[in-house]
Design a binder for this molecule. Structure first.
Ligand SMILES: [Zn+2]
Length: 352
């Protein structure tokens, strides 16, 4: 790290400890405040001497520091709060953060307002849940975060996932919850797609080169918009949705087919790779690629998208196969291989 960077960081942390913008105004009616609307008042409360420094900084550095400051949220804590008293849960699909503090009373927050200058927050809401004081935060995008306790404050830094991971994809298990998709003899599409994605997760978990965000890993049913926005907001390299096909008229059709966005060549290439790799992994008939332009998650995707129809529940042979663990695992292997091949075609490879 260069000296200049060290100095910048020192100044940044000094300023941070003094920046105290009241962004949460406790009211008797309920604490609900739009933080981003107040983020522009940042400078007002900086300590006088540091503010002077801040003022005389070269504009470029000042902008840099201001940007840095906007990544932080600071929440005052009662004395002696330990890290183990605090639980933070993030939902990437909902873009929310839930902070729970054990054995704390929400009234503490009324007299000790949350401070910070964070510009990644759309809304923030306090409530009491039994013995826990809770904060729900609606973020404006998908973030990773770092947290620590400093001077009785919970300091949360929001981090752009691309600052953490070089290669990001989004994997979507089709359907879920009250929308089971196609079905046959009580076998539901939503369950098979989830199993395949879970097996794929085992493979990706062992691969530190690729970070995968999942639209669901349970029986939830995110909206189409939530699914595609996860990929868009993450600026994912690839967005792959997993489905199972069915033909109402005939038991005949079988094989693997992939839908793509016709106005995006990268989507087309990606879909072709998925069709080739998946049919190879499954030894299924390769039905090739076809337009998916009318499908919401396809025409709203800003990143290369493919929707893979692994096989047909309506086909007797494939119905039997799709119900087996081994076939689902092969499908997962095909998906994993498709992602590796897609990166390889982009000129990105990894050595063992
Ligand atoms: Zn489907």
């Amino acid at each position: 790290m260069k000296d200049e960077q060290v100095r910048m960081l020192t100044i940044a942390s000094s300023v941070l400890s003094l920046v105290a913008i009241i962004i949460f105004l406790a009211s008797s009616k309920g604490e609900f405040v739009n933080i981003s609307a107040q983020a522009s008042t940042t400078n007002t409360y900086v300590g006088a001497d540091l503010y002077e420094q801040f003022e005389t900084m070269a504009n470029e550095k000042r902008a840099e520091l201001e940007e840095e400051l906007k990544k932080y949220l600071r929440i005052k804590l009662p004395e002696n709060t330990k890290e183990s008293d605090i639980d933070i849960q993030v939902s990437y699909i909902k873009q929310t953060m839930n902070i729970r503090m054990k054995n704390k009373d929400r009234s503490f927050m009324k007299t000790n307002p949350t401070v910070g200058s964070c510009n990644h927050i759309a809304d923030l809401n306090y409530y009491q849940d039994k013995q826990e004081a809770c904060i729900d935060i609606q973020l404006d995008s998908v973030y990773e975060y770092e947290s620590s306790i400093q001077d009785n404050q919970l300091v949360i830094k929001f981090v752009d996932p691309h600052d953490m991971y070089d290669h990001i994809i989004v994997l979507d298990a089709g359907h879920g919850g009250g929308h089971p998709g196609t079905n046959r003899n009580n076998v539901l599409e939503k369950d098979i797609t989830l199993h395949i994605v879970e097996y794929a997760k085992e493979l990706f978990d062992d691969d530190e080169n690729i970070k995968v965000y999942y639209t669901r890993l349970d029986d939830s049913n995110p909206t189409f918009d939530e699914r595609v926005q996860l990929a868009n907001k993450l600026k994912a390299d690839y967005f792959l949705s997993v489905h199972i096909n069915s033909n109402e008229q005939s038991r005949e059709p079988s094989g693997t087919e992939v839908l793509y966005y016709t106005s995006d060549n990268r989507s087309k290439n990606f879909a072709q790779i998925c069709a080739d790799e998946e049919s190879k992994a499954l030894n299924s008939r390769n039905r090739g690629i076809t337009t998916g332009d009318t499908i919401y998650i396809i025409h709203n995707s800003k990143v290369p998208v493919a929707l893979i129809e692994v096989g047909f529940l309506s086909n007797n042979n494939e119905f039997g196969l799709l119900c087996t663990k081994s076939y689902q695992k092969k499908a997962a292997q095909g998906i994993y291989q498709a992602i590796l091949s897609a990166y390889e075609e982009d000129g990105i490879t990894w050595k063992e």
